[in-house]
Design a protein around this ligand. Sequence first.
Ligand code: 9YT
Length: 132
Amino acid sequence: MILRTFQDAERSERRVATANWESVRLLLRDDNMGFSFHITTIYAGTETPIWYQNHLESVYCIEGEGEVETVADKRIYPIKPGTMYVLDQHDRHLLRAKTPLKLACVFNPPLHGNEVHDENGVYPLVAEQIGD
Ligand code: 9YT
């Protein structure tokens, strides 16, 4: 059994912040669940290019308003509370927040904890350690 609170996690190294977003990573790879689970806030007025070439991600909107555009076909999907979008094709996309967007995010494979996007919006696939 694992029990954590958002309130404790956001005051620890589980909180990772960038110019466009911050993320509180409640479950990580070393919890051995096969996925990681984060509460992410995308700052209002931002556009973030993202391309998870090495990960699958599901995103559920708890609060806020925004949109996601898939780069390949330029389709725009509105995001509001209750909306889920799923990057099942490793879709390259642009995430825009009109107001602060509070999102629950699940990653497979799980993140290690300190990843931030590189210049292409990608998280590296951290090599498994021998013996893992
Ligand atoms: C929705 C999304 O992918 N935002 C970027 C941050 C990511 N959720 C994370 O690392 O927690």
